[in-house]
Design a protein around this ligand. Sequence first.
Ligand code: C5P
Length: 239
Amino acid sequence: MAARPFIVAIDGPAGAGKSTAARRLAARLGFAMVDTGAIYRSVALAARRAGIAFTDDAGLARLLPGLRIRFEPPPAGDPAAGQRVLLDGEDVSAQIRTPEMSLGASAVSARPVVRAGLLELQRRLALAPGNRGAVLEGRDIGTVVFPEADAKFFLTAAPEVRARRRCDELGARGEAAPYERVLAEQRQRDRDDAERAVAPLKPAADAVLVDTSGMDLAAVEGALAEAVGARLAEGGRRR
Ligand code: C5P
């Protein structure tokens, strides 16, 4: 039987540099990339559109089984654009990135019914036939989704650094937001993510901790690639 794909888990708070590191690492290794935050964001968007409150467990439970969420590679010639997120066939990549959907994702992700309902999808996307490996980016990949991951990282950075990065990212998309507001919303999300009862944000005991505050993107990617390279050379953790 073919070995299962090599799994890389990258967890950490918003703005720690996970997305870029995960995207670059996946491209470098030829692995699939699973942005699990985009999945929670898509659920929030679908709930908003269906008029279902983010706290309505029964409504969310009805909504989940019918949702078709998938990823497509970035448009040819523009790899930096990142992969596109499709919700029921519609490209919602931009719509899920608004501040409202950031808070919505945080809210729905605190509901156990949603977390349980999305476990299978996350695993299936990573283990899809044809994947040599997968890089999953999120909050609980190393602790809940793939406790047996071959390589685990927990990225952090000072709150001010993370908020500045988010501002730059929003600015680059033409959605400039005041730094103070971004920082306040981020603090709220950090609190919600760390304090929720189910799958709170915390490093797996065996994750490599990386503080990216003083690192540029190339340095973060380099550090992760080196650690993954060493694991790949060992043949992965469990094979
Ligand atoms: O990573 P991103 O900012 O897109 O995630 C949006 C929100 O989704 C996070 O603030 C978090 O509340 C939630 N999330 C989660 N578990 C994951 C990924 C995201 O709870 N694995």
